[in-house]
Design a protein around this ligand. Sequence first.
Ligand code: NAD
Ligand code: CBU
Length: 333
Amino acid sequence: MLRVGVVGCGAIGKEHIKRLNNKLQGVTVVVVSDVFEEGAKTAAALCDGKVYTDANALINDAEVDAIVCTSPGFAHVETVLAAIKAGKPVFCEKPLATTADDCKKIVDAEIASGKHLVQVGFMRRYDKGYIQVKEALDSGEFGAPLMLHCTHRNPEVGTDYTTPMAVHDTAIHEIDCLHWLVDDEYESAQVIMPGSTKYTHSELKDPQIMLLRTKKGICIDVEVFVNCKFGYDINCEVVCEEGVVKMPAPATPIIRKEGRLSTGIETSWINRFIDSYDVELQDWVNSVAKGEVNGPTAWDGYVAAVTADALVRAQQSGNIEAIVTGECPKFYK
Ligand SMILES: NC(=O)c1ccc[n+]([C@@H]2O[C@H](COP(=O)([O-])OP(=O)(O)OC[C@H]3O[C@@H](n4cnc5c(N)ncnc54)[C@H](O)[C@@H]3O)[C@@H](O)[C@H]2O)c1
Ligand SMILES: O[C@H]1[C@H](O)[C@@H](O)[C@H](O)[C@@H](O)[C@H]1O
């Protein structure tokens, strides 16, 4: 039985504690920590776990075999580096860190440790819809992918959410999964800002159109609209030489009522990707037992952060910005 300590007991921390303890096999949460003690206590009640306010105490607790890091992005680097230092596997929610420099520190520390310890929570690689699109593209039946049209819409975000967060908190999911989907690397980034919705504030331009070009010349557009009001709406359509492959949305009943034909749209990430989180974390638990990392690595987290940095520069400059990640180290191949 893998004994896990969870650092950060907010929205997704509590969701992961419940799935690790009640749904998944071969794992139990024994300790939780949060800088906010009351939050940690509430989460501990979900798993009958021990409580810390100091993440380092949790990481170095002899009863903890592995760590799940679900604190805010800015706090990830410290926890992940401490877990590597303790020689313990760590599943870190996205983003791995909020800057490429911090991600590089993690990559360097993991390589120096000689052990594969870090997995990043890019759960879309485990999503049934994205996997179906990938299988279709990999079959070769549709020819080469030429363009991707994507949307990432949230119903609303908090008032502390700012323009760069549209990249490193939200579009980071597309940044990771789209180049994986088409098996290519990014070359450049650009951001176009339409007029903003009345539902935003002075520190957040919303919506934004993010453009990515890959080394093979595939052009990707991602509409990020985090106060769209109507739902949690994730779409991805790949235009190929010989057809178009569109990701299916999870099915909901089709209703005929009062002269209207309608179907539901998810309103929260919790439900939209609920199965992906289950599959992702079960795969992590299984691979940790074998001393492996099966899912997205620290290098994937670093590549995403370099791309995110280029998009943030593009938000500010209005120009096309280069994306340069360098060669993937042998350790991750
Ligand atoms: N994969 C996904 O779809 C997905 C969905 C939601 C959130 N996330 C990611 O999960 C992380 C947490 O997001 P959330 O929505 O649960 O945030 P949240 O604000 O609800 O929770 C964060 C918690 O961490 C605590 N905290 C802050 N600093 C800490 C520190 N240094 N050590 C320990 N705890 C600390 C806060 O008190 C809070 O309880 C973020 O990185 C976010 O991007 C991923
Ligand atoms: O924009 C949100 C994304 O749609 C979710 O999937 C989470 O990653 C959340 O943290 C982001 O704020």
